[in-house]
Every structure is written in C-alpha cells, then in structure tokens.
Design a protein around this ligand. Sequence first.
Ligand SMILES: Cc1ncc(C[n+]2csc(CCOP(=O)(O)OP(=O)(O)O)c2C)c(N)n1
Ligand SMILES: [Mg+2]
Length: 544
Amino acid sequence: MSPSPRTGGDLVVESLSALGARTVFGVPGQHALGTFSALSRSDLRYVGLRTELSAAFAADGYARTTGSPAALLVSTGPGALISLAALQEAAASSVPVVTVSSQIPRAGLGGLRKGYLHELRDQRASVRDVVKSATVVTQPGQLPSALAAAWETALTPPYGPTWVEVPQDVLLGEAGIPPVTDLVATPRPPQPRAELLDEAARLLTGASRPAVLAGGGVVRSGAEEALLELAEALRAPVAVTFGAKGAFPWEHPLSLQSWLEDRHTTDLLEDADVLLVVGSGLGELSSNYHTFRPRGRVVQVEADLGKLEANHPALAVHADARLALEGLTARVERRPSDGVAEKRRAELLARVQERLDAQDLGAEREVLDAVRAAVPDETPTFWDMTILAYWAWSAWDARVSGSMSSAQGAGGLGYGFPAAIGAAASVPGGRRVLAVSGDGGAMYGIAELATVRQHDLPVTWLVVDDGGYGILREYMTGAFGSAFGTELARPDFVALAESFGVPATLTGPESLEKDLASAISAQGPNVVVLPATLRMFAPTHLGA
Ligand SMILES: Cc1ncc(C[n+]2csc(CCOP(=O)(O)OP(=O)(O)O)c2C)c(N)n1
Ligand SMILES: [Mg+2]
C-alpha cells in the first residue's frame, strides 16, 4: 500500500512540532479532521477535553506553567465560539495560546451564505475582539509561516492568544511542500528606551519613600530576580498583584505581600513619593477597585502599550518588565538600609492582621491555612472564581513564582479544574497540580473528570460546596436584603467523581489538611469535597 499523501493537516502538525509544541489540547470537529488524522501520525501528545471552554482553559494552564505557547485545536463555528470565553482569560492575563481553528471550505468563505454546517458569516470577526491576531490561511503553502507568525505574536510581550483558521479543504488537500522542520519564531520583546530608564533611575534614586507594585508582567517575563535586586538596592517595599503571586519573596523584610484590597496597603502605596508600577495596568483588582490615588510620581513599566497611563499619569516606559528592571538595577544608586521601609512594612502587615482579627473570619482563615499546609511549595495551584480563591488572591503565600494562577484577568467561571489539567499534562508522565473550585464553578468543568481519568492526570481537585453561588448570595443579600437565583441543586460530588473512576473524599474543616495532603501524595486524579459556607472579609474600598 502506498503511504497516504501528506495533507494540509500534516503541515499544521509539523509546523507546531517544529515550533516547539509537545502537547496539544482540543476537541475535534468535522472540518478539523484533517488535522486530527495528521496528529495520529505525529509525536505530539493530544489531550482532548470535553468542551472547547475547558480545552482553552487547559491550554492556558499549560502555557502559564511552562512559559511556552500552548497549542489548541478547535472546530468551526460553535467550537470556535465556545473557546472564546476561555481565550479572554488568556488575553487578559497575557498567556500565550496558539489556536488553530478549522473553517468551512474555501468555497463558502466571504459571507457567501451557502449554508455549510457550523458556518458563521465572518468567523474571524467574532474572534478578533479576543485574540492578539487572527489569520485565515487560504493555501497550504501559507501554513508554516502563518503558524510561525502566530507563535511569535503569542510570545511577544504582552503575551496573549493568537488564532489561525484553516478551511476544511486546505486541511484535507495535498501538502504540496516538503515536511516542515526548519521553522522558527523570534519574538522581540519591547526594549526600554535609554532616556526613559535614565529618568526613571534618577527619580527612584532621589526618592525618599520609594515603593514598588509588581504585576503579572514580572512573572511572564521572568523578572523576579531583577525585581529583588532593584528593591534591595533602593530599600523599596514591594507589593505584588494577584497576577504576580510569588514574584517577590513573601517573607522578605521589604515584602508588603498582596493585600491590595486592604486600605492600609493602598495608603502605603499612595504615600510613596516615587512609585514604580511594573508589569501592571493598575486595573480594578490591582487598585483596590480604582480607589487608588497615588500622590507621588508614578513610573509605569508595561509591555502592553494601551495600558500605559490608562489609569494614572506616569513616566511611561513601554518595555518588557525584565529588560526594564535589569536596566534600572544597573542605573540606580544603592542605598544602605536604614530600617525605615522594613518598619513600615511590619506596621502595615500588623494593621492588615488587626483588621482581619476584628472580623469573625476564623473559619475562613483556618481553611486557607489547612490548604496551604497540605500543598507543597512548588505545586502549581489553579483557582476558580470562588470565595476561597478571593481569599487566596490576598492571603495565599505563594512560595514559588507562578505557583498560584487564577482567572483574575477576565474572571470567567470554570477556569480552575481544566487549567489544572493543562498544567498536569505539561510534563510527560504528569505533574501533581491542585485545582480549587466552588460548587457552581465545578459544574462548568465537571465533564473533565472523564479527561483526568482517561489520561490519568495527577490533578487533586478541591471543591468547596456551599450550595450555591456563594459570592453572589453574599453580594445580593448585602445590596438588596435577599438573594435570588443563587441557590443550586447539585450532585453528590463524591459519588459523581467515583462514577468516573476518580477517587473522592468527603472532608470537613478539621480533617481538610490531612485529607488534602493524602490526596496530593496519592497517584492519579482525585477529588476532595469540603462542604463549607465561607464569607469574604469586609471590603475597604466602599465609601472611599
Ligand atoms: C462565565 C461566568 N458566568 C458567571 C459569572 C458570575 N459569577 C462569578 S462568581 C459566581 C458564583 C460562583 O459560585 P461557586 O463556584 O459555587 O463559588 P462560591 O461563590 O460559592 O464560592 C458567578 C456565577 C462568571 N464570573 N463567569
Ligand atoms: Mg458555591
């Protein structure tokens, strides 16, 4: 039998391999079968999820854990559209995900309304608002370069999702060119301009109360070491945003940690005479809900041009965070420690604790402490939109940079479990990962219990079951006196997980640490269900 001719689908798979992909996530569809058939002939590992929402979240989790782009395969129309809510998170959190979507045959492109199944009038227009770039490939010979460009764009700071769509007949047609091996992507991070670094260094060196707010750009660019060096040189205290957990050592004498929803932290940052904001757009969650009013000079280092000065006037440095921090470290004058910043830091953290102590939040703090005690430092953790996660945004002491990820960028429910699946699949043989979801968010990805079983992925999934959309119940009761639409019938999560062949444990606040630790040290996937009604700490931005 003669070997089947190589197709456009082979070009997709060969190109992704040549660019460095090892694992691809996705869901097949009729128009995409050329790619899936080629996958079966390749060395790429395929992890199929049960919805495109979960597949795109898994790609996000993979990319955050590895720092490399994740490849995602989706099909035309509904498959493409369902992935978008998850890609919005990748866009908001600057995560490199390269999506290859199928399309209807070329004969129907251009809004000809021929009525192909899955047809959209203009599929690319639907995705454009979400992704960094969207390309339609119309000839097989275009595929390698189109994919290399998408890979490069995804990995150019600010990282983000990119999109290449390929009509069914291109995927099924002959490749027409030799196998793709020599294909490179060369992302060019934005370089800080020397005169801006000189000026920023002059301001920081001359500051009497410098401070730093470090955002997710520090993690994405691998600038943790440069951040530490700069902070120590300036003796400047450092707060990290929820997207930058672990970017600065939590217990460092200059660490303000990440209590950004606490007015005392806002006050300290506002009081800086020069505030360096690096890798953050100062969005809602990084500015105590836009109540932050810096009184000193702001220096903002940001790779995403549109976020520069979007919230506050600043010395705007359009640059990759690592390059800028290294440039600043080389320029600033080192100052000896006079103990002042350390003292202000200690006072701040004491005030934060006092504020918490004055509220009746013992149960919440114990649950979070139990999870922290059960989870090894280097274990990646993925948090859904649930009350325990909002606690973790502020209170979780991530001990390794990038070890805490959440949907804090776009806030889409259903992130935690599938993103953890992507991270667990990021090394051959699997890597233990923790996912944390509420009962509401758990239902978004519940079908992925089949995926962790099928691929034997070592995900430990903690489900906090409070019988409803707890945060909305709390908000509505607070705002309107009663809640509506927030109470949920839900399955017996333990029995349900077991029906998928995934071992599950029903725990309680007292046994949580022990049960979670033993789940984490077990083999394969497992679920721990914690029935508990947790509350949020009081906000400090209302009335500010
Ligand atoms: C896709 C999407 N739909 C709706 C929401 C609104 N939302 C935010 S939190 C939440 C409730 C989540 O409930 P659960 O997962 O049980 O967590 P809990 O608040 O009870 O801790 C909802 C519906 C959202 N963030 N994303
Ligand atoms: Mg709930």
